[in-house]
Design a protein around this ligand. Structure first.
Ligand code: AMP
Length: 550
């Protein structure tokens, strides 16, 4: 049967490209007074509205082009926390077709040196507080032409950085309006390197189109409940997958946007949430664990918070239950990765799965349902597609308009990640059911294989964390002569508690299969974390092998 015509019949709709500049234009036009608030250490928060943010983004765009000669396709890096000036760079840089490269200041020195050179950054925009951290690397950046310090003249630090330019002076005399150029929506807009446990970091190059589509779908998800998007607290850093798209989503819906200072201690976060009347926020599970423990200890409640999105690593049921049951906040557990912009799932259960709180918590503990626009496939070791029956588990592959089609100038990493038929290998092991709920069983590198059978480290951790004396838990596989590998649980006890191994094993008994019970339970004061706040299982395995965990 011939279903396609020899010539496509065109739809009669206007063709307007999906460009990042349109997001800030919209916010400035229709939400001009809605605030963007930046918390500052030792000073009052900085406040202004989208109208001013657009003006200053326009000034930056003019300055970059007219004073520094930045043109379409040039890379301009940021080495900065979440602030209004960083936000202006999101639009001022990408709006003129240049590429915003957000660098994670927590990466190792050799990784930072690799990515600045690999990206070919022409300028680096740097927070004054981070100047001392960047200075030692600068001699390794022969091609960087200058450093734009995100400060006014009064706060310019003494620096050895070559050609250090004051941001405020740079933009001060520039026109406050701009007609963004009509770029190709498929053009590169921003660049974020993801650091694996092996090899060099890999560059994920987002496009205008992928960014706007991702923001549109994210807005639909977060609009749960009345006004959940009124005030958004962007805890996730702007160098981690574009702060999960929040700086694009907020202007799209007109949300007030709050940037916390980088010291994310629970008391301060809570105070910001209350004083700014925050209605929604996003972050990794550790942030929420610490915040809720602080709130419980001090008998505090949220007055305005409606929904909290959790991702980056698995959110245990205990966390979701506490949020929903004890604090009355909708917990939205979502899965994604830098390479997928990041959001691929929606944490909202179907209405028929949310009639009781118990049912809702079970569904919300999954990594959410497959989102519109994202294709998923789970495959066995031979590449055969597995059924979506909620039981079969295999390597998770994804595709879609905000999924990377390859890494920036890295053929080897691209070949390892992207299949010939256009699917992206996530490196996660998942099962998916017929309603589209995705359950991430493990990172393929962290999976524990005992006697040929998989033990989900995430499931073990999820059960352990529900113990009242456990603050954080990580399960790793350690070599075993008979079973190849056996699980070992590493636990950070809560302050003032002293749980024993037997107590933990007894607690797990009956909640997981008998052969999943860990061979050992070790107690440590803290777990090693990666630059994006995840537990580094690789480091834990190394510490265990070197006998450093006992
Ligand atoms: P990154 O690119 O640094 O954000 O890391 C992406 C990886 O984080 C994914 O491939 C997963 O292994 C993990 N991850 C993200 N969200 C979740 C989640 N909700 N549950 C379990 N793992 C997650």
């Amino acid at each position: 049967m011939q279903l396609t015509r020899p010539r496509t019949l065109p739809g009669l709709m206007m063709d307007a490209p999906l460009l990042i500049g349109t997001l800030i234009d919209h916010a400035a036009a229709w939400h001009g007074d809605v605030e963007i608030v930046t918390q500052q250490i030792g000073a009052d928060p900085h406040r202004y509205g989208y109208r001013d943010a657009r003006k200053r983004s326009a000034q930056l765009a003019h300055a970059l082009h007219e004073k520094l000669g930045i043109v379409e396709g040039d890379r301009v890096a940021t080495f900065a926390w979440n602030t209004y000036r960083h936000f202006e760079a999101y639009f001022g840089v990408s709006g003129i077709g240049a590429v915003l490269h957000t660098i994670n200041p927590r990466l190792f020195a050799h990784q930072i040196e690799y990515i600045v050179n690999h990206a070919g950054d022409r300028y680096v925009m740097v927070d004054p507080h981070l100047v001392p951290l960047l200075e030692p690397h600068a001699p390794s950046f022969p091609d960087v032409e200058g450093y734009i310090i995100l400060a006014d003249e009064e706060h310019m630090p003494q620096t050895s950085l070559r050609n250090a330019i004051c941001y405020e002076t740079l933009i001060a005399d520039m026109p406050a309006d701009i007609a963004w150029p009509e770029l190709d929506e498929r053009a590169a807009s921003s660049l974020c390197y993801t650091s694996g446990t092996t090899g060099n970091p890999k560059g994920v190059m987002y496009s205008h189109r992928s960014t706007v589509l991702h923001a549109l779908c994210g807005a639909a998800d977060l609009s749960v409940g009345e006004n959940a998007l009124a005030t958004l607290l962007a805890i996730v850093p702007m160098f981690h997958a574009n702060a999960w798209g929040l700086p694009y989503l907020a202007p799209l819906v007109g949300s007030k946007l709050v940037f916390p200072d980088p010291h994310l201690d629970p008391a301060r976060l809570y105070a910001i949430m209350e004083s700014e009347r925050v209605t929604t926020s996003c972050g990794v599970p550790t942030i929420w664990f610490n915040l809720l423990a602080y709130m419980k200890k001090n008998d505090l409640r949220f007055s305005t918070m409606k929904a909290i999105a959790i991702g980056g690593s698995a959110a245990p049921p205990a966390l979701i239950e506490t949020l929903e049951r004890d604090f009355g906040v909708a917990a939205l557990h979502a899965w994604g990765m830098t390479e997928t912009s990041p959001s691929c799932t929606t944490g909202l259960p179907k209405p028929q799965h949310a009639t009781t709180i118990e049912e809702r918590i079970v569904r919300k503990t999954t990594q959410g349902r497959v989102k519109y626009g994202v294709g998923v496939s789970i495959r066995d070791d031979d590449g055969n597609a597995l059924p979506f029956d909620g039981v079969a588990q295999g390597d998770l592959f994804v595709r879609g308009p905000w999924v990377a089609s390859g890494y920036y100038e890295d053929d080897e990493a691209t070949a390892a990640a992207v299949t010939a038929d256009g699917w992206f290998r996530t490196g996660d092991i998942a099962s998916i059911d017929s309603d589209g709920y995705v359950v991430i069983r493990d990172r393929s590198k962290d999976v524990i294989k005992s006697g040929g059978e998989w033990i989900s480290s995430i499931d073990l951790e999820n059960v352990a964390i529900a113990h009242p004396a456990v603050a954080e838990a990580a399960a790793i596989g350690v070599p075993h002569p008979t079973w190849a590998e056996r699980p070992v649980l590493v636990i950070v006890p809560k302050d003032g508690t002293n749980p024993s191994k037997t107590e933990i094993v007894d607690f797990l008994t009956g909640k997981v299969a008998k052969w999943w019970l860990p061979d050992d339970v070790l107690f440590v004061r803290e777990l090693p974390h990666t630059a994006t706040g995840k537990v580094s299982k690789k480091t834990l395995r190394e510490q265990h092998a070197a006998g450093k965990l006992v």
